[in-house]
Design a protein. Sequence first.
Length: 72
Amino acid sequence: MKKVYRLEDLDCANCAAKMERAIAKIDGVQSVSISFMSQRMSIEADESRFEEIMQRAIKACKKVEPDCRILL
């Protein structure tokens, strides 16, 4: 399953890259792309575990950029 989410308060391209690397390491994630310019995240992951994966992705983002929110 592939979905695109808007991001809010993503401050820099370096943080976007760090978040992308952290989310890519989550078990079940097939691909992830975060665009600082468009403030969007595209994620493709195992459909049966998608909600669990998204909760882990949110935690990973908070570690890198505490102010950033993924708008679900």
